[in-house]
Design a protein around this ligand. Structure first.
Ligand code: ADP
Ligand code: MG
Length: 709
C-alpha cells in the first residue's frame, strides 16, 4: 500500500496540532492529585489516559436513591423504595410452600420482605448485606411488608448517607469504585472548567441539549435522575454527532472531488449486456442496476454500497456496472480482498465474457514481476478495459488511463482510505460500487458506511432452497450426520468440513484442519476423496486442490475459513462446521452460503459440544432463520460491531461514550442533524467552526478528510 498521502490530504502546519493540546484536558492522569503512575496504569486498562477521557466516560449505571423512603414515610399500596442492611433472614415450610423472610434495618425502623417458594433468597439475604427493596408495601402487625420486592444489592461504597443519585463505573482488577470516583472527581476539579461547548446555543436548544460544561459535571455527580439523563444525552449526542458530521463530510467530499464520467446506458447496451448471462436477472438485481444506472448518468460520482444476502448474485450486478463503463470506452476494475476470491471472480467473469471483445487481465501479488509490469503498462496505455485483482490494483505504480467504474468486493475488509485511493488513481474520479458479503446491521451502515448510498437486494435467484441447518451435539447424532453425508456423497454431492483453525491448536494438532483431515480419512470418511485447504498452505497447492474440488475429482474439502467468502461450487451441498460455537453468527451464515448455490438441497451441520447459553443462542438462530438481514441484526446485538465485521481493527469505532447497539435511536437522530449541517453548508460557518475542528481532530485520519477547506 502506498504510504504517500493523496494530494487532497495535505495538512497545513497550523492545523497539525489538535485543538486543546496542552490544555488541562489533555493532561495525563498520573498528574492528577491522588493518581500516580500505578493507578494511571490501571486506568489505562480501561482506555483512560487523559482528564478528557475520564470526563467523557459515562457511568456504567446509576442508582437512584433520591426516592428512597424512610419506613415511617411509606404509604400503603404505592411503588416505593427503601434502603437498609439485612438484620436476619430465615426460611420455613408452610402449607403453601417455603416461606423466606428477611428483616431489613433501614436506620430508623425495620421492614420485612417475604418470598414464597424461593428458598435461594435465604442465601442471598446474608445478614449485613445492603439492599434496595422496591415494591408496594402492606402494613402487617405494625410492620411494613414487601412481598417479592424488586432488589438491587448495594456495595459498601454505594452507601450514600444523603441519598441522591449514585454513579457506578466499569472497573478493573485493583481499582475500586471509590477510587475511581475520586479520579472522576479530581478530573472534574482539574478539567471541568476548561470544557468548552462546541455547539451554538440555538442549535443546542433546537435539539433539546443542555450546555456541555453542565453536562460533564452532571453526568458524574447528578443530583437527580433528570439531571443525569439530560447530561448523558448531551454527551452521547456530541459523541455521535461528531462522528456523523465526519461521515457527512466524507460523503460530501465524494461528490465534490470528482468530475466523474457520464456513462450512458442505451437500450442497445442494456440488451447486449444482458445477453451475456444465461438467466434473467432477479427483481432485486434489476432494482440495483436501476440505482446504478441513475448514478452513472448523474454527473456525480457514484458511491454506493450494495448489500445483499449470500448468493443473491451481486457479481452479476457488478459486471453490469463495469460493462457500462467499458461500453462507453472507459476502464473498469474489480478489487477482491484475497487472491482466492480474485481468482474466482476472474474465472466467473471470464466465463461470462467468453466471445466478447473486452480486453481483460488479472492482477494479483502472485504474478511474476514481468507479467505485472505488462498489465500495468497496458492499463496505463488504455490497452486493457477490465482488470480484476487483489489490493495489487491500488498499489503504487498502477495507473489507469481512463477509469470509469471501480468495484470493491467484500468492502468490510477494506477501510475508507483504500476506497478513496481509487480517486487518486486517475485524472477523473471513477464511480465506486462497494459490495458486502453479508448484510450489515443498520447502525453499522449509518456509521461505517454512512458516506455511501445504499442499495439492498433482498431476494435470491429462483429455485434456491432453504438450507437445512441442524445443531449437532450428541455423539450419536454426529454419527448419524456422517452417515447421512456419506449417502449424499455417494449420490455425487460434495462436502465442506470447516474447522476453526486457531493458532496454537494447529501446533498441538487439536481440532486443527490438518488433524481433522487425517482423522476423517481413517474413520468417518474412509474411502472418500478428500482434500485439505488452509491459509498456511502453499498457494499453488491450495489453488490446485480447489480446482480439483471444482471439477469433482475431490469429493470433500477440509478447510479453515479460507472458504468463507465467495467460493462458488454449486455441486457442494453439504457442510459440517466443527466447534461451531467458535464462529460468529454472520460468519457462520457466510460459510453456510457456500452450499446454497445450486439446485440441490443443502445441508449444514453445526457440530458443537458447548452448552454456553450464548453459543446455543447463536446456533439456534441459524437453525431458525436463513435471512442474512435478520442474522446481521441478531449478531450485532449479541456481539457488537467488531465481531460482526470479523476484524476488530476495522470494527472498533472510535466512539467515546456511545454504544451502537444501545444508542441506536440517538444514532439516527444525530445522523439527520449532521447531514443537515453539512448539506446546508452551516458546518462551514464560523458558528460551527469549533465543532468542525473537533470532528477533524477525531476523524480526519480515519475518514481520510482534508484538514482544510
Ligand atoms: P453473491 O451475492 O453471494 O456474491 P454470486 O454473485 O456469487 O452471489 O451469485 C451466486 C450464484 O447465483 C452464482 O452461481 C450466480 O451465477 C448465480 N446467479 C446470479 N444471479 C442469478 C439469476 N438472476 N438467476 C439465476 N442464477 C443467478
Ligand atoms: Mg460474491
Amino acid at each position: 500500500m502506498s504510504s504517500s498521502p493523496a494530494p487532497h490530504n495535505d495538512r497545513t502546519d497550523a492545523a497539525a496540532f489538535p485543538p486543546g493540546e496542552g490544555s488541562p484536558l489533555q493532561s495525563p492522569l498520573r498528574f492528577l492529585p491522588g493518581v500516580g503512575s500505578a493507578r494511571a496504569a490501571l486506568l489505562e486498562k480501561l482506555d483512560l489516559r487523559t482528564v478528557d477521557d475520564v470526563l467523557w466516560r459515562l457511568p456504567r449505571d446509576v442508582l437512584d436513591l433520591t426516592q428512597v423512603k424512610s419506613p415511617v414515610d411509606l404509604v400503603e399500596g404505592e411503588l416505593q423504595t427503601v434502603r437498609g442492611v439485612v438484620a436476619e433472614s430465615d426460611s420455613r415450610e408452610t402449607r403453601r410452600g417455603t416461606l423466606t423472610a428477611a428483616l431489613l434495618d433501614c436506620g430508623d425502623d425495620f421492614v420485612r420482605a417475604l418470598w414464597f417458594n424461593a428458598p435461594w433468597m435465604r442465601q442471598k439475604m446474608q445478614p449485613g448485606s445492603r439492599w434496595l427493596f422496591s415494591g408496594k408495601p402492606k402494613k402487617k402487625d405494625g410492620r411494613w411488608e414487601f412481598s417479592h420486592p424488586r432488589l438491587q444489592q448495594l456495595g459498601e461504597e454505594d452507601d450514600d448517607a444523603h441519598g441522591g443519585v449514585v454513579t457506578r463505573y466499569g472497573l478493573t482488577e485493583g481499582l475500586r469504585l471509590h477510587e475511581m470516583k475520586r479520579v472522576v472527581h479530581a478530573a472534574l476539579e482539574q478539567g471541568g472548567e476548561y470544557v468548552s461547548d462546541p455547539l451554538p446555543a440555538p442549535f443546542a436548544s433546537a435539539n433539546s441539549l443542555i450546555a456541555l460544561t453542565t453536562a460533564v459535571r452532571q453526568v458524574h455527580e447528578p443530583r437527580s435522575m433528570a439531571e443525569y439523563e439530560s447530561a448523558r444525552r448531551r454527551l452521547l449526542f456530541d459523541d455521535l454527532l461528531e462522528f456523523q458530521v465526519g461521515v457527512a463530510l466524507r460523503r460530501r467530499l465524494w461528490g465534490r472531488r470528482s468530475n466523474p464520467p457520464v456513462l450512458p446506458v442505451t437500450a442497445k447496451i442494456d440488451a447486449r449486456i444482458r445477453r451475456l448471462f444465461p438467466f434473467p436477472f432477479t427483481n432485486g438485481q434489476n432494482a440495483a442496476i436501476r440505482d446504478i444506472i441513475t448514478d452513472l448518468q448523474s454527473g456525480r460520482a457514484m458511491h454506493r454500497l450494495l448489500q445483499a444476502d449470500v448468493g443473491a448474485g451481486k457479481t452479476v450486478v457488478a459486471i453490469y456496472a463495469m460493462l457500462v463503463a467499458i461500453a462507453a470506452q472507459h476502464q473498469a476494475v474489480l478489487m477482491a480482498p484475497t487472491e482466492l476470491l480474485a481468482m474466482q471472480h476472474w474465472r466467473t467473469i471470464d466465463g461470462f465474457l467468453e466471445g466478447s471483445r473486452v480486453r481483460r487481465a488479472l492482477l494479483t501479488g502472485s504474478l511474476t514481476d514481468s507479467k505485472r509490469r505488462d498489465v500495468r503498462e497496458r492499463l496505463a496505455a488504455g490497452e486493457l478495459d477490465l482488470v480484476i485483482g487483489t489490493q495489487a490494483v491500488i498499489q503504487e505504480g498502477v495507473n489507469f488511463a481512463k477509469l470509469g467504474v471501480a468495484v470493491i468486493d467484500e468492502q468490510h475488509k477494506f477501510g475508507v482510505a483504500q476506497r478513496s485511493r481509487f480517486a487518486g488513481q486517475s485524472s477523473m474520479a471513477p464511480h465506486v460500487l462497494v459490495m458486502t458479503a453479508t448484510p450489515i446491521p443498520r447502525s453499522l451502515c449509518l456509521t461505517q458506511f454512512g458516506d455511501l448510498d445504499l442499495t439492498s437486494v433482498t431476494d435470491l435467484p429462483p429455485g434456491r432452497q432453504k438450507i437445512v441447518t441442524s445443531r449437532v451435539t450428541a455423539p450419536t447424532s454426529r454419527r448419524k450426520a456422517w452417515e447421512f453425508i456419506r449417502g449424499r456423497l455417494q449420490q455425487g454431492r460434495q462436502l465442506y468440513v470447516v474447522c476453526p483453525l486457531i493458532e496454537g491448536d494447529e501446533a498441538t494438532g487439536r481440532a486443527g484442519a490438518a488433524h481433522v483431515f487425517e482423522q476423517l480419512q481413517q474413520s468417518e470418511l474412509a474411502g472418500v476423496r478428500l482434500g485439505l485447504v488452509h491459509g498456511q498452505l502453499d498457494r499453488d497447492d491450495r489453488d490446485e486442490r480447489m480446482e480439483q474440488f471444482r471439477h469433482g475429482e475431490l469429493q470433500g474439502i477440509v478447510a479453515t475459513t479460507v472458504i468463507e467468502v465467495g467460493v462458488d461450487v454449486p455441486n457442494a451441498t453439504l457442510m459440517v462446521v466443527l466447534d461451531a460455537e467458535r464462529f460468529g453468527l454472520s460468519q457462520l451464515h457466510q460459510l453456510r452460503g457456500r452450499i446454497g448455490r445450486g439446485s440441490h438441497q443443502g445441508y449444514c451441520f453445526l457440530f458443537s459440544e458447548s452448552n454456553a447459553p450464548d453459543a446455543v443462542a447463536r446456533l439456534s438462530a441459524l437453525e431458525a432463520t436463513s435471512s442474512g438481514f435478520e442474522i446481521a441484526e441478531k449478531d450485532f446485538e449479541l456481539r457488537g460491531p467488531g465481531d460482526v465485521l470479523g476484524t476488530r481493527q476495522h470494527g472498533e469505532l472510535p466512539l467515546r461514550s456511545a454504544d451502537l447497539v444501545r444508542d441506536r435511536d440517538l444514532l439516527e437522530e444525530t445522523r439527520t442533524a449532521a447531514m443537515q449541517l453539512v448539506e446546508s453548508g452551516e458546518i462551514d460557518t464560523a458558528e460551527f467552526a469549533p465543532l468542525k475542528l473537533i470532528v477533524l481532530d477525531r476523524f480526519a485520519e480515519l475518514m481520510d478528510l482534508p484538514r482544510t477547506g
